[in-house]
Design a binder for this molecule. Structure first.
Ligand code: AHG
Ligand code: MN
Ligand code: MN
Length: 358
């Protein structure tokens, strides 16, 4: 046997699975009981099953709309409901969760009293970007994990109405050209690519850091005529001009799947914008299911997230389906976006002239 063959057979020590990574990083936390690892593993398993269904969506009758609308009055796809049910069922049965909230369910979901309950609360968007399923574009799952302040037996909806500052872990799974699981538990952001031949997520993106300055801007610019804030329109014009901080126009990239837009921007440097508009004055995206978990990941990777007025992780939701305007991504661009929104000049005199603010 040649050395090359031998070393490739002996290469196991370089492979890190999602499960082993979670267990090893929890071992560094004094007093960690393994409960958090068990919960993350159950989300990992659910996401493999969702990935399998997404991959064959075109082959089965699962593709298409159910004909129902969800609590936000949006059309619901069969895969939205499938993913919601699967995640809710698997997390209920992992023994570490006392309650959940999902974009696809109007109310708080306590874990049934006949099942063992743990101290964690999970909020999730089971399938993000689901309007893209029928056209075969990337979609995802988003989750955020909080600790219940009440005992597992007594937790109620009020326990889940916590700010992003209280998040203990968050992640997303993107079902794209490959399936990637990205998570953080407060020690950096790590990405794992699903190897379908062995059914395991393998560490592929260690300690992701997002560039400080973006090259890409992502927004539904078709809505810009109805955005609430003139400052946001001015910010986007600034990004498209040669007079911006980089000296050349940013590239526009918008899939319409938050997870896919966010993931690309996280790796390459970008700013994603979904402001409040005349139709949705408070914004479209949901704090607990989308904005707070991604803001946590973004900050862990060195980026930032804001409503334009407030740091995203500082916001305490008033209700489960609380929506927010969102500016998220490369830190310097998010800060510039806030300046435009708030009518403050950019740092430096020349730049200040560009905001149109005297
Ligand atoms: P969901 O599919 O979970 O309802 O989320 C859709 C969201 C988000 O993924 C995306 O960024 C945004 O809606 C797109 O909205 P527009 O179609 O208004 O651009
Ligand atoms: Mn979504
Ligand atoms: Mn969704």
């Amino acid at each position: 046997m040649s050395d090359k063959t031998l070393s490739s057979l002996e290469g196991g020590e370089r492979i890190t699975t999602l499960e082993s990574h979670i267990i090893e990083s929890q071992r560094e936390i004094p007093g960690a009981s393994g409960a958090f690892s068990t919960l993350l593993s159950s989300i990992g398993l659910a996401s493999k099953i969702i990935s399998r269904e997404v991959r064959r969506a075109g082959l089965f009758d699962i593709l298409g709309l159910t004909g129902d609308t969800n609590v936000q009055g949006e059309r619901v796809t069969k895969l939205d409901i499938y993913s919601h049910n699967l995640l809710a069922r698997m997390m209920s049965r992992c023994g570490q969760v006392c309650g959940m909230a999902s974009e696809e369910h109007p109310d708080f979901m306590p874990v049934s009293s006949d099942l063992p309950r743990g101290r964690y609360l999970v909020c999730f968007d089971p399938l993000d970007g689901s309007s893209n399923i029928d056209v075969n574009a990337a979609i995802g799952t988003i989750f955020g994990i909080w600790r219940s302040k009440s005992s597992p037996e007594d937790c109620t909806e009020k326990d889940v109405l916590q700010s992003g500052n209280e998040i203990v872990g968050a992640g997303y799974i993107i079902y794209g050209s490959s399936t990637i699981f990205v998570y953080s538990s407060g020690r950096g952001v790590h990405g794992f690519t699903l190897d379908p031949s062995i059914g395991e997520f393998l560490l592929s993106h260690r300690d992701i850091r997002t560039p400080k300055r973006a090259k890409i801007y992502s927004c539904n610019e078709g809505n810009s005529y109805r955005w609430n804030d003139e400052g946001m329109r001015r910010f986007v014009s600034y990004l498209k001009s040669e007079n911006n901080a980089t000296g050349k126009p940013y590239s526009g990239r918008y899939i319409g799947s938050l997870v896919a837009d966010f993931h690309r921007n996280l790796l390459d440097g970008g700013v994603f914008i979904y402001p409040g508009d005349k139709k949705k004055p408070g914004g479209k995206l949901r704090l607990l299911f989308e904005a707070a978990p991604l803001a946590y990941i973004c900050e862990q990777a060195g980026g930032a997230a804001s409503t334009g007025w407030e740091r995203m992780l500082d916001i305490t939701p008033k209700k489960l389906h609380h929506r927010v305007p969102l500016i998220i991504g490369s830190r310097l661009d998010v800060e510039d976006g806030e300046r435009f929104m708030q009518g403050q000049p950019l740092p430096g005199e020349a730049a200040a002239a560009l905001t149109g603010i005297k």
